[in-house]
Design a protein. Structure first.
Length: 364
């Protein structure tokens, strides 16, 4: 098939959607399909990329790794590619262009809904949240009428869309690169935890610091590695300094995916207090390396992360610390949780995701 993928974010921008789109592009290409990606330009890209067409964009004042695109793209260039399918990963500006192109070329349009938009609205538009969500849902319903099928990476997204009257959905989980993320026996002696993600308020990274402060009371030699960047990083670093947690917490900044696998393998647990996730690749990548995840009860991820492979955090940090310590010191329990984590992650390969998407395209 000839597949045109459109996106509002793509590497070297660092976020889950950008990485997922890149994985999908690579997996579809490996399966023998011809793929072209329309993606926003990036100041760190100065050479042509095979299969990637960049359109103009400018920095977003709200989300650092989501540039605001101005998708000025030659229709003739798209026609020359002769796509059989258009698959967009965002419902707004690039999504609207995708709907126009699909209509103009008389081809099916697919959309993957990666984001719990209502959660982002709550964090970034605290004033007028309800009216903004109502306007966005109205747009999403209108947009859905132009879509052959909406791909939902998790039941949580599908249930939300059904709640607002959008029914043309199909669950296809996101996949990860299992060739890169796999277990290697090199964990340190002392309890070691890691977080990977953007340091923005919807990820709730300040909860990592308050958790660490509580953990230090009973496990003073623990270590927490925070991987990622964002607007909250300077604030978090200042908190760590003022709370005398410098010896316990390390900020690495952004780490490339190949190096991230080795770093994950140097830890025991992956921890995140985010409640805005859909199908986070970082959680699965950690599990593929044998790290059980520590997630909040209201994470919305219970369809694939549960008590068999994770520690479900209480709203009380003291209780969560006790659960983590008890699991870590009970080697039989920890090893079983780690084994279950690996088995769970094995179900979510990027190749399997691509194959399921191709089957969906073919049902058009």
């Amino acid at each position: 098939m000839r597949i045109l993928i459109t996106t509002a974010t793509y590497p070297p921008s660092v976020n889950g959607v950008a990485y997922h789109v890149q994985l999908l592009f690579n997996s579809l290409t490996q399966l023998g399909h011809k793929v072209m990606v329309l993606a926003p330009d990036n100041p760190n890209v100065d050479i042509p990329e095979a299969g990637i067409i960049r359109y103009p964009s400018f920095s977003s004042p709200i989300a650092e790794n989501y540039p605001i695109g101005i998708p000025l793209v030659s229709l003739e260039k798209i026609k020359r590619f002769k796509p059989d399918i258009i698959h967009t990963h965002h419902p707004l500006i690039i999504g609207s262009l995708s709907a126009y192109l699909a209509n103009k070329l008389s081809i099916p349009l697919f959309f993957t809904n990666h984001t719990r938009y209502q959660e982002y609205i709550k964090y970034y538009l605290p004033i007028g949240t309800k009216i903004t969500e109502k306007i966005f849902n109205h747009h999403l319903k209108n947009f859905s009428q132009k879509i052959s099928r909406i791909i939902c990476p998790s039941p949580t997204i599908q249930q939300y869309l059904q709640k607002i009257g959008i029914l043309n959905t199909k669950i296809i989980p996101n996949g990860i690169d299992l060739n890169n993320f796999r277990p290697k026996i090199q964990s340190p002696t002392n309890l070691s935890l890691i977080f990977v993600g953007r340091l923005e308020k919807e990820k709730r990274p300040t909860s990592l610091i308050s958790f660490a402060l509580q953990l230090k009371k009973t496990t003073p030699n623990f270590h927490l590695t925070i991987v990622g960047d964002g607007k909250l990083k300077p604030i978090l670093e200042q908190q760590v300094k003022s709370l005398n947690l410098n010896k316990n917490i390390t900020f690495t900044g952004i780490i490339s995916r190949p190096k991230l696998s080795n770093l994950l393998n140097q830890h025991h647990f992956f921890i995140s207090f985010s409640t805005s996730e859909v199908m986070p690749l970082t959680h699965l990548e950690a599990q593929a390396c044998g790290l059980p995840t520590i997630i909040p009860k209201n994470s919305g991820l219970n369809n694939f992360l549960n008590k068999t492979n994770s520690i479900i955090a209480s709203s009380n940090h003291k209780q969560t610390c006790k659960a983590v310590e008890n699991t870590f010191t009970n080697k039989t329990k920890f090893n079983q949780l780690s084994k279950n984590s690996i088995s769970n992650a094995q179900k979510y390969s990027s190749q399997n995701t691509a194959q399921q998407i191709i089957k969906l395209y073919q049902k058009k």
